[in-house]
Design a protein around this ligand. Structure first.
Ligand SMILES: NC(=O)c1ccc[n+]([C@@H]2O[C@H](COP(=O)([O-])OP(=O)(O)OC[C@H]3O[C@@H](n4cnc5c(N)ncnc54)[C@H](O)[C@@H]3O)[C@@H](O)[C@H]2O)c1
Length: 255
């Protein structure tokens, strides 16, 4: 898809992987709709980037919010790319050390945010893209979702998070097939450990442990490396229905 002069929508755009993606898309000549709940962080970014970005306070779990963000973007140009990064995790075992079962509400909350939120953004943005003029390949847009390598080898305590991310991986080929009729591609990035703000707050011994299972380069991934892949997926019309690991050859151990 051609980004120059067109519009992209990024969720979780006020921090980490979403912010890096949003900056990369702006640098590629797109105007970007920034969706996030964090108004304070978003304001700092919009002050810096001016009219290249439009922040709309959006809860990705809400139909009304995502429709409002799409509505606010009308008139900015054709929406040709989506990078969906809003998400979070918790740490809790299926049975706690004292035998207490994982709180069901906590499990539901993570599924709702990571999996239902992803599907909500996917279905509503695809409906908007379906109205675009097709490009020379008959395509109208591309959607990039964010899973995690925990979808494949989730660690102890990642039962809710890993299940939500595995759902995103599972949706990827189905969404690509469902949306073929309207020329919208879907791919997923499954990052390993990336150096986002939350990681910066992690104590150094924990960071060393997280990097120990990375093959090479022996470090966390940079948000800009995620952004570069997200941009490539949007621009490369032959990528579709695939989940791409971005992890330096990392294979998570059990803990
Ligand atoms: N950082 C990593 O190592 C890593 C690894 C694998 C996968 N991921 C995934 O990448 C995505 C982004 O991670 P990050 O490290 O950049 O996180 P982050 O916490 O830095 O950014 C997430 C952003 O999402 C926003 N957000 C949270 N809930 C929201 C909601 N309901 N609606 C709209 N916005 C919401 C937050 O306000 C925040 O700005 C997440 O889905 C995460 O699971 C991250």
């Amino acid at each position: 898809m051609e980004l120059e002069g067109n519009v992209a929508l990024v969720t979780g755009a006020a921090s980490g992987l979403g912010e890096a993606s949003m900056r990369r898309l702006v640098a590629s000549g797109a105007r970007v709709v920034m969706c996030d709940l964090n108004e304070e962080r978003a304001k700092g970014i919009t002050d810096e980037l001016g009219d290249k970005v439009l922040f709309v306070k959006t809860d990705v779990r809400s139909e009304d919010d995502v429709l409002a963000a799409l509505g606010a973007a009308e008139g900015m140009g054709e929406l040709v790319g989506v990078v969906h990064c809003a998400g979070a995790g918790i740490a809790a075992r299926t049975l706690g050390r004292d035998g207490t079962p994982h709180p069901l509400d906590d499990f539901r909350k993570i599924i709702e945010l990571n999996l239902v939120g992803t599907f909500n953004v996917l279905r509503l943005t695809a409906a908007t893209m379906a109205r675009n003029e097709p490009n020379e390949s008959g395509l109208r847009g591309a959607i990039v979702n964010t899973a995690s390598i925990a979808a494949f080898e989730g660690q102890i305590g990642q039962i809710a998070y890993g299940a939500s991310k595995a759902g995103i991986v599972g949706m990827t080929i189905i969404a690509a097939r469902d949306l073929a009729a309207v020329g919208v591609r879907t791919c997923t990035i499954a990052p390993g450990t990336m150096f986002t703000p939350v990681m910066a707050l992690t104590p150094e011994p924990m960071r060393d442990h997280l990097v120990a299972s990375v093959a090479a380069p022996k470090r966390m991934g940079a948000p800009e490396e995620f952004a570069a892949l997200a941009l490539h997926i949007i621009e490369n019309d032959y990528l579709n229905g695939e989940t791409i690991r971005l992890d330096g050859g990392n294979r998570f151990p059990a803990k």
